[in-house]
Every structure is written in C-alpha cells, then in structure tokens.
Design a protein. Structure first.
Length: 374
C-alpha cells in the first residue's frame, strides 16, 4: 500500500510539472506511428506468411511502451542527476558501439547491429546519439575551463571517436547526422566561423579520400553516382519506386491496404515509411505529419528562448536538432532530394532502436522543459 502511494505521489509530481503540450505532441507522434505500423506492416507480414499476423504491430507497440517508460524515468529524475548520469550512459553506449565490429550482425554488407537478449538487432549508435548531445553540451558549457578552443577540441575529439566507429561499420548517414549535430552545438555556443569551416573541410576531405581509396566505402560512391544516374543502382530503383508511390497516391491516397510499395521495397516500413503513408493516405497525411513535427520543434525552441541556463539551452537545441535533421534526411531520401541513407523517421518508422533513441531524446527534452521547483 505504501509502495502504491509512493508511486502515485511520484506520478502526481511528474504530471504536475511536466510540459503537457510537448508531452501530448510526443504521444500523438508515437500514436501516429503505431497506426501506420498497423495498416502497413501487419499487411506485409500477412502477405509473407499467408496468415493474419500482427507480429510487427505488437512488436512496435511493445517498443512504444518501453519508450514511454524511458520517457517517464528520464523526465522525472532531477535535472542535475540527469547531467551526472549522462556521461556514464554515453560511455556504456560507446562500449556497445566498439563491440559492433567484434560481435555485430551484418545486414546488406553493413555491420551496424548487435543482438541483445532483450533487444535483438539493436543499433548501438541510436543509444550513443542522445547522450553524446548531452556530453558535448556539458563540455561546451563547463565554466571550469576558460579556454573556449580547448572545449571545442575536446568536443571534436569526442565526436571524432564516434565518427570513426561509424565509418568502420560503415554508416555514412549516421556519421553525417552526428557531425551536423556537433556543428549546431558549437555554432550556437559562439564558435569562430573559421574553426567551423575548417572542421567541415576536414570532414569533406576525409570523406573524399575514404570514398576513392578505400574499397569498404565504395558503396557510398555507387549510391551517389546512381542518385544522379536514374538508370543504374538498386537503391536508386527503390527511391524511384518510392517517389512513384507518392505521385500515385495523389492528394487523398489510394486507401488503407491499397498501396504496393511495402511489397516492392525491402524495409519500406522503416526507410520509406513516408512514401508508404503517402501512397495509401495521400499527401494530406504527410502534410499533417510535417505539421506535428513543426509544432513540436517550435514548442521546444520557444522554451529555449526563455531559458537562461546555457547548458540547458545547448542540450535542448542539440536534441531537437537531431530529431529535425533525421526527419529531413528521411523525407529527402523519399522524395529523391538526397541519396539513400537508410535513415528512419523519428516516432513514425518501425524499429526498436529508433524508438528507444527518440524516447531518450524526448525524455531529456521533457526533463529540461518541465516547470522548475524553487
């Protein structure tokens, strides 16, 4: 009885202080992903197994429940405690990223996943990204060290470790996402423009030499060439099918279950979920999803504007920028604005790793936007 009372008090304090509007948007985005998971992946399983199987949907649902639990825990703890435990969680997640080349699972010539007993085919980078944002923000806002260039160097070296581990998998999409997030953080911290340009040039040169002189990265060059040559490349064909599906769906779509993209393109429910939705529900559904993302992003940036603590500002901007960049890359791939990267759409795409990652980011955002108790 005392345990129930304690939990009720904890929940009451959490609900009283949480930003209910941002939390409602997060729940709405997750619910939208669940709905489209039901109408797309369940039919996909039925076609493959010739049975009415909702395994994909229930698996997605279980990950969403796990995500909500993560959000509750991370948003209910003390802000200072969150900052203290984040470096430790980053170190643990970084160790799992180190393990990928050793015990990783290879899928489509890329070794990016490891099998955990409780979370099969987990992608460690999804766990690394949120805590990397917090760690970089802590480094840049640390008042113990006055030399700003030393902070930039430490943050760059920390990010470089992650980038090198990603390049070894190889996973250039996530590499660029991590680098963009770091760039945003040092830019808003007041970095010298020359330093930022130098960092971008360094990455560009490293990427150029990797693509042209290391066979392991040849797939990147092939994807870029096939992106500009519409008659070659498997991934280019997938992108063509995706954009054709968007076009054929029109404004209001073909109707639930009438889409064909999910049966033509592997992993359509993850990498091409926007196209799947557009084909069956039309462009109007995509506009509504984009509107939800824009309102969510605006709500967080509005909180940043009224925030005085530099550390909190950096973490919030970093977290929401990560979600924004990933959504932009996913949509860009679906409408053939950028080459195929295999990037999921936050909150919406099927996939345990992606849901866990965006749940951690959401928990951190809710923690830092809740009402401060004096």
């Amino acid at each position: 009885m005392d345990y129930n009372k304690t939990f009720f008090n904890l929940y009451y304090r959490w609900w009283k202080n949480i930003d209910k509007f941002i939390f409602s948007l997060i729940v709405l985005l997750f619910s939208t992903g669940l709905f489209f998971s039901l109408v797309s992946t369940s039919l996909l399983v039925s076609d493959k197994l010739e049975t009415n199987d909702y395994a994909f949907f229930f698996k997605h649902l279980s990950f969403v429940f796990l995500g909500i639990a993560i959000i509750f825990v991370l948003s209910s703890i003390n802000e200072e405690k969150l900052f203290k435990i984040s470096p430790a969680f980053f170190l643990i997640s970084l160790i799992t990223l180190f393990l990928v080349p050793i015990i990783g699972v290879e899928v489509n010539s890329a070794q990016r996943w490891i099998d955990l007993y409780f979370l099969p085919r987990f992608q460690p980078i999804e766990l690394v990204k949120p805590f990397l944002i917090v760690l970089i923000s802590l480094i840049l806002s640390d008042e113990k060290y006055r030399n700003i260039y030393l902070k930039y160097l430490i943050s760059f070296l920390t990010t470089l470790i992650v980038i090198l581990l990603l390049a070894a998998q190889p996973d250039i999409g996530q590499t660029l996402l991590v680098f963009f997030s770091w760039s945003v953080l040092i830019f808003i911290s007041g970095v010298n423009t020359i330093f930022l340009i130098f960092s971008c040039l360094t990455l560009s040169i490293a990427l150029y030499f990797s693509i042209n002189f290391f066979p392991k990265f040849a797939y990147i060059k092939n994807r870029i060439l096939s992106f500009f040559n519409t008659e070659t490349g498997t991934h280019n064909a997938q992108s063509e099918k995706a954009i054709d599906s968007i076009t054929s769906g029109g404004f209001f779509g073909k109707g639930i279950g009438e889409g064909t993209l999910k049966n033509k393109v592997p992993e359509a429910h993850t990498d091409y979920i926007i196209s799947v939705i557009s084909e069956e529900f039309g462009v109007i559904a995509i506009i509504l999803i984009l509107l939800m993302f824009l309102i969510f992003i605006y709500s967080v940036f509005k909180k940043v504007y009224f925030e005085n603590d530099e550390r909190t500002k950096l973490v919030l901007v970093g977290c929401i920028s990560l979600i924004l960049f990933q959504a932009m890359i996913h949509i860009g791939v679906n409408i053939r604005l950028v080459p195929t990267t295999g990037m999921t759409l936050p909150f919406i795409s099927y996939g345990g790793s992606s849901i866990v990652s965006v749940s951690i980011l959401s928990g951190i955002i809710l923690n830092l936007t809740k009402r401060k108790i004096n």
